[in-house]
Design a protein around this ligand. Structure first.
Ligand code: C5P
Length: 219
């Protein structure tokens, strides 16, 4: 482990999308690349943290020097997060699917001419809210993310209150920004102190800046 302000601190990072199975060969997912979460884990490790990196199927490999736990679905991610606790800080950058298929088929659903399958959904556990609202053993700092397409600050501020996390890193992912799947990010850090707008920069630069802030808070 690197020497640095986070030496001796254990930090959990969730990252990437989740895949929710329909049957053994099909799934429902979202457009998260895992780039921002991976960059955050890398930055935290560089500052000396012991990083537990829980990742869904991302487009990029995990960083060096972290403990990697690979998961597919939101329920698997929830279990992996529970197993990783206790931690000093939790950074929940994963784009967790809100719903899963209620009864995923154990065998491939066959195509039948003229008959369309109907999928019924049920809600996935909200991992961020669960960790934020733990009665005992809650991480000292819980950071959530908010990908919004409109009224970014208002929606993210409401989300922070609803989930009970300490900070929200909010970004505008409307298609015109090119942020989803891109190399840059423009975020607003929402905390007790209000909304702090960061200039547009590379995702690794966002990660470095966030990791420094985390070190200032819990280091
Ligand atoms: O409610 P929404 O999905 O927009 O919230 C985003 C934040 O909540 C992210 O930090 C994400 O990792 C977290 N989240 C979660 N579990 C869910 C849904 C979202 O941890 N089921």
């Amino acid at each position: 482990l690197a020497a640095g302000p986070l030496k001796g601190r254990r930090v959990l990072v969730t990252s990437g999308p989740t895949h929710e199975p329909i049957d053994p060969v099909r799934y429902i997912a979202n457009r998260s690349s895992g780039v921002q979460g991976t960059a955050i884990a890398r930055s935290l490790a560089a500052l000396g943290a012991e990083v537990v990196f829980v990742t869904g199927p991302a487009d990029v490999p995990p960083p060096e020097g972290v403990q990697v736990i690979r998961v597919q679905s939101a329920s698997e991610m929830a279990d992996a997060v529970a197993a990783a606790l206790p931690v000093d800080a939790a950074v929940m950058a994963a784009a967790v699917a809100d719903w899963r298929v209620k009864t995923a088929s154990g065998s491939k659903i066959k195509k039948v001419a003229g008959a369309l399958p109907v999928l019924e959904f049920e809600e996935n556990p909200d991992i961020l809210a669960t960790v934020s609202q733990m009665a005992s053993g809650r991480p000292a700092l819980v950071v959530g993310f908010a990908a919004e397409t409109d009224d970014v600050v208002a929606h993210a501020t409401a989300k922070r209150a609803r989930k009970g996390c300490d900070w929200i890193v909010a970004n505008d992912v409307s298609p015109a920004t090119g942020i989803m799947g891109g190399t840059e990010n423009a975020v607003v850090l929402i905390s007790d102190a209000g909304a702090e707008e960061w200039p547009r920069m590379g995702k690794q630069a966002v990660a470095d800046r966030l990791a420094k802030r985390i070190a200032a808070e819990i280091g």
